[in-house]
Design a protein around this ligand. Structure first.
Ligand code: URA
Length: 433
């Protein structure tokens, strides 16, 4: 087989076989195929697309390029959840105790934040003592005993995807649906779960700006899951503004505590209950979505959910006192109020800009090596549809840095204010299964 012939085949819009895809991916990982040939191949995929069979084979090729996590010693149906990425997205932290409280095992592997998006692992590490590096026996013991555990992603999960993603990033081939879908699904499949609920974000702060594009990505991922015998559901949710009111790390933990104590923002509570209810159905606890939703909502109202979160913090070495005393979480020295420059209604809040501003305040990483300041972040005091008067606070920046002019300007520019009241925001658009 020659890489030249395979590039030509894809360039001409023909379907590649499993052997041909495996040849490309393993050849690249082993350093036998150079970057320039893979770059050209990725561009051919960008323009020609891939068939369902090709996408499924590409996913498997990524999966088998590294370790595959074995969760077979965990009893029950293991249901995982994945978000395509958002700002202020703390849904994973809300669903872990919720789903675990139904007796469904949640064996979660999560990543760290980079650029304008945050990472679940970083957020948890803002809780004093919380350990995100468990060895596999402790991880499995915790899931079997308490039905929940979380670890950082292992270094050798889908190395082919890692190498190809880095190349896509510099060759204008990130936004290709077959490539995004296979990249995401390979990590989920390699993480060892039996069923997957995908939270596909749509809007200004997401990869997918339109519902149609998001639906195509969702459909492609659901098809991959089914072709590889994983029950898969995708939920299209709104990312036209950051989720909830808090963007950062410690302040997002505070908001998780609020949601689980029945004091949360409506968007976040609704989306979390929706994702958790689909997980409950896939995990076999309920036959229908509505019953699962009702029970989970009651667990938030009657205190079971927040008690399970306390247990989650405790079993991973964190200080559970933060639940009753969130002031124990890291606090910033400075709190800078950003004021509305006109009166009217908030019509949009650019999520990406808020994410960048939070990163500049110290809450995120510009490069993988950067250290995070857990106390830094942004509180949105106004959201889309809220009325504001000129001079009223629209958000508060929390930081330990002295010079924050750039972050302040970006945060202020993220808000659009108009005299006309916008239409009510929809939180969940569609379910694809
Ligand atoms: N997230 C991923 O993991 N891969 C992509 O290609 C895009 C988003």
């Amino acid at each position: 087989m020659r890489m030249y012939d395979l590039i030509l085949k894809k360039r001409n819009g023909e379907e590649l076989t499993k052997e041909e895809i495996d040849f490309i991916i393993s050849g690249y990982v082993q350093g036998e195929i150079p970057d320039y040939q893979i770059s050209t191949f990725l561009m051919a995929v960008y323009f020609r697309g891939m068939t369902k069979q090709e996408i499924s084979n590409l996913t498997l090729s990524f999966v088998h390029s590294g370790d595959v996590v074995d969760l077979s010693s965990i009893e029950g149906i293991k249901v995982d959840k994945h978000s395509t990425g958002g700002v202020g997205d703390k849904i994973s932290l809300i669903i872990i105790p919720l789903v675990a409280s139904l007796g469904i095992p949640v064996a979660k592997m999560s990543g760290r934040g980079l650029g304008h998006t945050g990472g679940t692992i970083d957020k948890l590490e803002s809780i004093e003592g919380f350990r995100t590096e468990l060895d596999s026996s402790e991880f499995i013991h915790n899931v079997n005993t308490y039905k929940m555990a979380i670890v950082g992603q292992t270094a050798n999960l889908t190395p082919a995807d890692k190498k190809i993603y880095a190349l896509r990033d510099v060759t204008a081939t990130v936004d290709s649906i077959p490539l995004i879908a296979s990249s995401i699904m390979s990590k989920k499949i390699a993480s060892g779960s039996d069923a997957i609920v995908l939270d596909v974000k749509v809007g200004s702060g997401a990869f997918m700006k339109s519902i149609d594009d998001a639906e195509e990505l969702a459909r492609t991922m659901v098809d991959i899951g089914k072709s590889l015998n994983r029950k898969t559901i995708a939920v299209l949710t709104n990312m036209d503004q950051p989720l909830g009111h808090e963007v950062g790390n410690a302040n997002e933990i505070k908001e998780v505590i609020d949601v689980l104590s029945n004091k949360g923002a409506e968007d976040e509570t609704t989306i979390a209950l929706t994702i958790a209810s689909h997980m409950a159905v896939l995990g076999g606890a309920y036959n229908d979505f509505d019953s699962a939703f009702r029970v989970l909502k009651a667990k938030i109202e009657n205190g079971e959910a927040i008690n399970k979160f306390k247990e989650f913090i405790k079993i991973q070495g964190g200080n559970p006192e933060v639940v009753d005393h969130p002031e124990l979480l890291p606090q910033a020295k400075h709190h800078i109020e950003i004021k509305a420059s006109s009166s009217g209604y908030i019509t949009s809040i650019n999520a990406e800009s808020i994410g960048i501003s939070a990163m500049l305040l110290g809450a995120g990483r510009r490069t993988k090596e950067d250290k995070i300041d857990f106390a830094a972040g942004i509180t949105l005091t106004k959201k889309i549809g809220d009325k504001v008067d000129v001079g009223e606070t629209i958000c508060v920046l929390h930081t330990n840095l002295e010079n924050t002019n750039e972050a302040q300007n970006i945060a202020k520019e993220a808000f659009r204010i108009s005299e006309e009241k916008p239409a009510p925001v929809k939180y969940v658009y569609k379910v694809i299964q």
